[in-house]
Write a protein that binds this ligand. Structure first.
Ligand code: DC
Length: 226
């Protein structure tokens, strides 16, 4: 049976960076499920649909064929054959992904794909509902979080480094808005699974956070660093 690790938590908690590093250290596949919601938002926007209008998005689902491919261990997201891995990382698509993720039809549309990957591979899968809904029997569940200010400040630094010019206040407002959306939607809201280990990385440097997560996984599964 493949080993499944679920990492959930709010936007900007460092889930993807930490899960990527832990996957590499342990020889697991890293699956970023947020990319799937982003790819639906990307397609909806590219077809002129409003991601917050359920009927507009749902109508497009039969035309969308999202795929995750792992090239040299790195996840690439394809929509109808187009590699959209970079195009889905804009603030507009972040907000759109949060909106489409509240649509029940979108969640069930992406459910089987996530289940299938986890059934076939040792995975560290990150998202919002992995430990609660997608992989309720995961071998390890981690809820990774940090204060909203710290998450916004990390994201702001990334944006500035890439040459962006958003203000800290607008990044913080986005973080708070997305937290609110993700935690208050009716279906599969973001919350800590009862059996998840809480990892709060406020004030913790990246390498220590990675070590913390690897430590939890190795302790619970007996897997060793590769
Ligand atoms: O992790 P991310 O920022 O790429 O996720 C984008 C959006 O997708 C986020 O606002 C919430 C949603 N999402 C979700 O509802 N369930 C998941 N398993 C992963 C992401």
């Amino acid at each position: 049976m493949p080993i499944n690790v679920a990492i959930d938590g709010p936007a900007g908690a460092g889930k993807s960076t930490i899960a990527k590093a832990a996957s590499k250290a342990l020889g697991f596949i890293y699956v970023d499920t947020g990319a799937l919601y982003r790819s639906v938002a990307y397609y909806a926007v590219s077809r002129g649909a409003d991601p917050s209008k359920a009927e507009e998005v749902t109508r497009l689902l039969p035309e969308i064929s999202p795929e995750l491919k792992f090239i040299d261990g790195v996840q690439h997201v394809f929509v109808n054959g187009e590699d959209v891995s970079d195009k889905i990382r804009t603030p507009r698509i972040s907000m759109g992904a949060s909106a489409v993720s509240a649509i029940p039809e979108v969640r069930s549309f992406l459910f089987d794909l996530q289940k299938k990957i986890a059934a076939e591979n040792n995975v560290i899968m990150d998202g919002r509902d992995i430990g609660t809904v997608v992989l309720p029997n995961a071998d390890v569940k981690i809820y990774l979080t940090a204060s909203a200010e710290e998450r916004a400040s990390r994201r702001h630094a990334e944006i500035i480094e890439k040459g962006g010019c958003e203000t800290f206040a607008s990044v913080l407002a986005d973080v708070n808005q997305r937290d609110y959306n993700d935690m208050h939607r009716e279906i599969a809201p973001l919350k800590q699974a009862e059996d998840a280990v809480l990892c709060d990385t406020t004030g913790v440097d990246l390498q220590s956070a990675i070590n913390m997560v690897i430590g939890i996984i190795t302790e619970k599964t007996g897997v060793e660093r590769s």
